[in-house]
Design a protein around this ligand. Structure first.
Ligand code: PLP
Length: 232
């Protein structure tokens, strides 16, 4: 068994165990394998272990891997910061985009999504307390942005995403995730139907699952330490 295979099995089991511990139905928490900076061969190994959805942060790197892995039925998620000049490639090649935090970016993605493809799944990044990056819409403005994104024809607004700053203390880990879930509940109470909470990474996915994550984004715990691009 390769390291990636055994890592993947351990992470999958930990995700299921965390879901069960939280009283949630196993299988309601999806695992996104974050393969940024790792070669196509590593993605292929994770696929053979049973993984289908992969997260990438750099457009050109992702396109290179997609070309090398075109024989596999993979689902690609763009999870990096998205600049205007990259929206077309993302709209054309990915199934999901996490981290939309401006209407202008969402409008471009909708306009550029090919008619032949299903609507692009989108999560809005929220800058909840202790956000590790400066990206993300403020909690005060997320509902207004959600309404505008939900109205775009070629997007399917799925939910919210956050990248809290790393915290060792479990209570500190829980807080931003609980905040994101509360925002989702408030928005849904006002008539939208967000079904996704994209939150939790290698160091904090257990806390995220306890707070309702439906999709955890795990890189290091599956593929190992990144030589570069590790910051976010
Ligand atoms: C890199 C990255 C991850 C994975 O982080 P790990 O700590 O390696 O699990 C998750 N989400 C986003 C947005 C990332 O950029």
């Amino acid at each position: 068994m390769t390291t990636i295979t055994s890592n993947w099995q351990a992470v999958s089991a930990a995700v299921d165990a965390a879901a069960q511990a939280a009283g949630r139905t196993p299988g309601t928490v999806g695992l996104l394998a974050v393969s940024k900076t790792f070669p196509a061969a590593a993605v292929r190994e994770a696929y053979l272990a049973g993984q289908r959805a992969f997260g990438e942060s750099y457009v050109q790197e992702a396109l290179d891997k997609m070309a090398q892995l075109a024989d596999l039925p993979l689902e690609w998620h763009f999870i990096g910061p998205l600049q205007s000049n990259k929206t077309r490639l993302v709209a054309e090649h990915f199934a999901w985009v996490h981290g939309v935090d401006r209407l202008k970016i969402a409008e471009r993605l909708s306009a550029q999504r090919p008619a032949s493809a299903p609507p692009l799944n989108v999560c809005i990044q929220v800058n909840v307390s202790g956000e590790a990056t400066k990206s993300g819409v403020s909690p005060e403005q997320v509902e207004e942005l959600a309404r505008a994104v939900a109205a775009l024809p070629r997007l399917r607004l799925r939910g919210l995403m956050a990248i809290p700053a790393p915290a060792d203390d479990m209570a500190a880990q829980h807080m931003p995730f609980a905040h994101l879930r509360a925002l989702q509940e408030k928005i849904n109470a006002h008539g939208l139907t967000l079904d996704t909470l994209s939150m939790g990474m290698s160091h904090d996915f257990v806390a995220a699952i306890a707070e309702g994550a439906t999709l955890v984004r795990v890189g290091t715990a599956i593929f190992g330490q990144r030589d570069y691009g590790g910051a976010i």
